[in-house]
Design a protein around this ligand. Structure first.
Ligand SMILES: *Cc1c(COP(=O)(O)O)cnc(C)c1O
Length: 418
């Protein structure tokens, strides 16, 4: 265990006043055992816990950070913004700048609305899509995560496409009655009841699963055939896979986009975007209601803009090249039964020999039970990866070659622990 006394003490206190001791479930280490380290501070590639342990961090706030923690430019932007007031609920210049920056990078994203979380972005994009098409039904894919709104907390059976069942207590069957769950990497046959198909263009919530050749193109064609809208949930992939996100990375253009994580630079900010005619369904122009007291918050837009300013096309290709080599080092050290899939600068870990293309394959890897001992072995060696077998690794621009070397070395030992 890498846990120390102070983390353990805080976790015990937390569990008395916060359900499970955490404000988001995976942080609790429930699926990997042990207790979480409480973070005191972070800088660049590293986090330090309250017991003084230092980790090379590949969690990076589940991808909210791509330039590393506490980047001086981001800290400076947020500090300067804070001194001018933290929230006005009146329009500000930086909201315009950020919307322009998003629209300028993602071809086809003509209009943008800023929200506070990825959950809000996907929920609102679906509301727009349903209004624009006049159709209720939505298709999502098993193993993709689109936040915790009721209609998207559906789970599927084993068929190609099955009507969703509630994936959480408290979600009514009515709330998911219009959600159909399909198998990732298989293009489902749609009909004219379907208003929207929502997909992670590179799936990063069932480990890292890339779209097979033809999958996204097939979804695009099938949506066009029946008049449904294609929504890319780019909350992880946006401004991470490439300068223009998954649209640039995959060459497939959806009708709507959802962004989060990177775009907020570590502050609560997300966005959804789309063609003008779709986005103008939104109030106050159109009839789709969507709002937020803190939406477009001045600190969050300052952080988001600062991060985007640090990222040019070269940063993405450099990081992707470095990650490809790093993944090779980790795979070499971890041995033949460990796979390290890569997509741009994203990395995953799977156990076993099969190429994972969907949630069932990912589930077989997780069922090996090898993730938890490896993850704890890494923690003991000063390397932090997410406490769940369905998460991915987020190498950042702040990680150095020596961080990568030390990480690969740690994998060499930790991946053998059973
Ligand atoms: C994290 C995530 C979300 C939800 O974002 P929150 O800000 O946690 O609400 C939605 N979609 C994807 C693909 C995500 O990874």
């Amino acid at each position: 265990m890498a846990d120390g006394d102070r983390s353990a003490e805080l976790f015990a206190r937390a569990a008395k006043v916060i359900p499970g001791g955490v404000n988001s479930p995976v942080r609790a280490f429930k699926s990997v055992g042990g207790t979480p380290y409480f973070v005191e501070r972070a800088a660049g590639a590293y986090v330090w816990d309250v017991d003084g342990n230092k980790y090379i961090d590949y969690v990076q706030s589940y991808g909210a950070s791509i330039v590393g923690h506490a980047h001086p430019k981001v800290v400076e932007a947020v500090t300067a913004a804070a001194s001018l007031g933290t929230s006005f609920a009146a329009p500000t210049e930086r909201e315009v700048l950020l919307a322009e920056a998003i629209s300028g990078r993602v071809s086809g994203a003509e209009m943008v609305r800023l929200v506070n979380s990825g959950t809000e972005a996907t929920m609102s994009a679906l509301r727009v899509a349903r209004a624009a098409t006049g159709r209720d039904r939505v298709v999502a894919f098993a193993g993709c995560y689109h936040g915790h709104s009721d209609g998207l907390l559906a789970s599927g059976g084993s068929g190609v496409a099955t009507l969703g069942l509630p994936a959480s207590a408290g979600v009514t069957s009515a709330a998911v009655a219009d959600t159909v769950i399909a198998r990732y990497n298989l293009v489902p046959a749609l009909d004219k009841r379907v208003g929207a198909v929502i997909v992670e263009p590179v799936a990063a919530n069932m480990g890292l699963v890339s779209p097979q050749p033809g999958f996204l193109e097939g979804l695009r064609a099938e949506c066009d055939r029946v008049g449904a809208l294609l929504i890319f949930d780019e909350v992880i992939t946006g401004f991470r896979l490439a300068y223009g996100g998954a649209t640039e990375f995959t060459g497939v253009t959806p009708d709507m986009w959802c962004f989060g994580k990177v775009i907020g630079g570590g502050l609560p900010l997300a966005a959804f975007a789309g063609r003008r005619d779709l986005m103008e369904q939104l109030a106050p122009v159109g009839a789709v209601y969507q709002a937020g007291t803190l939406s477009g918050n001045p600190l969050a837009t300052a952080a988001g803009l600062a991060v985007l300013e640090l990222l040019d096309r070269q940063s993405y290709s450099d990081l992707a090249d470095r990650v490809r080599r790093f993944a090779g080092m980790v795979a070499g050290a971890a041995g033949p039964e460990v796979q390290i899939p890569v997509a741009g600068p994203l990395m995953g870990v799977f156990f076993g020999a099969e190429t994972v293309v969907d949630y069932e394959g990912s589930g077989r890897s997780a069922a090996s039970g090898r993730y938890a001992p490896m993850m704890h072995g890494l923690l003991e060696r000063g390397v932090a990866i997410a406490p769940g077998a369905y998460e991915v690794m987020f190498p950042s621009l702040a990680h150095s070659e020596s961080d990568f070397e030390r990480t690969a070395e740690a994998f060499g030992v930790a991946a053998a622990i059973r």
